[in-house]
Design a protein. Structure first.
Length: 242
């Protein structure tokens, strides 16, 4: 009996966090509210106009069985903390659309592939695939952690608001071409993506109105707030996105 109770306690303690426990923000758009759920790491959920959108769902962060079925899933690249078959099985329904990269499609054998520069409308939402890659941070072999052309960032249009989900990237030159970004999610985990200084530089290339550092691991996000202290046009919002 004691062993049964202990096993139950351990299972409960180790279980992924349920959906209601996560922080949420609401962004007002011309077509109604956009609700953002901050699941953690690189994982986000959006609710908009009756649609549910999952970005890089990852089972270690949440019990996705407790989430509503997604109308749209976005995968930024093929690494296991962004492409998680177990989480995908739980969030997808019969009508779920899935946008992903070529490498992701090769791993799971399905989905709508978007290359850098592609644009399309899915579930009533305009989606633009933009580059996401490393220039500085590389493996011991000299290969970038995220090679150019392999991963996607996404710009989503919700009414009059444009939301940029950068994926795993550095402050690449293409960020200077981003226009009218209202909300941006920029990664800040080392050694795979950006330092706070790189994120600050990226933000000052395209000036999002709201900036969320995400996928930041053990990096202190308050450093970014300090770096952008003299730029009130960029509102830095810190949420639990380790």
């Amino acid at each position: 009996m004691k062993m049964t109770l202990l096993a139950l306690l351990l299972a409960t303690t180790c279980a992924a966090v349920p959906v209601f426990a996560f922080e949420k923000d609401v962004i007002e758009t011309s077509a109604g509210p956009l609700e953002i759920t901050f699941i953690g790491h690189g994982s986000l959920m959006f609710r908009y106009d009756g649609e549910v959108i999952q970005v890089d769902p990852y089972s270690k962060l949440a019990d996705y069985a407790g989430f509503p079925k997604a109308d749209l899933v976005l995968l930024t690249h093929e690494h296991q903390d962004h492409l998680d078959p177990q989480a995908l099985r739980k969030v997808r329904g019969d009508q779920t659309a899935m946008i992903l990269t070529q490498r992701c499609a090769e791993k799971i054998g399905e989905g709508m592939v978007m290359q850098n520069g592609d644009a399309r409308k899915v579930a009533g939402i305009r989606i633009e695939a933009v580059p996401a890659y490393n220039i500085v941070h590389k493996r011991e072999s000299g290969e970038p952690f995220h090679p150019k052309g392999a991963g996607n960032g996404y710009v989503l249009t919700f009414g009059d608001k444009r939301v940029y989900i950068a994926g795993d990237t550095e402050n690449i030159p293409e960020m200077s071409e981003l226009k009218a970004i209202d909300v941006a999610f920029l990664p800040m985990n080392l050694p795979y993506t950006m330092t706070p200084e790189m994120v600050a530089d990226a933000a000052l290339r395209f000036h999002p109105k709201v900036l969320y550092p995400y996928h930041y691991g053990e990096t202190d996000p308050s450093r970014l707030t300090y770096l952008l202290r003299n730029h009130p046009e960029v509102e830095v919002r810190i949420r639990s996105m380790k």
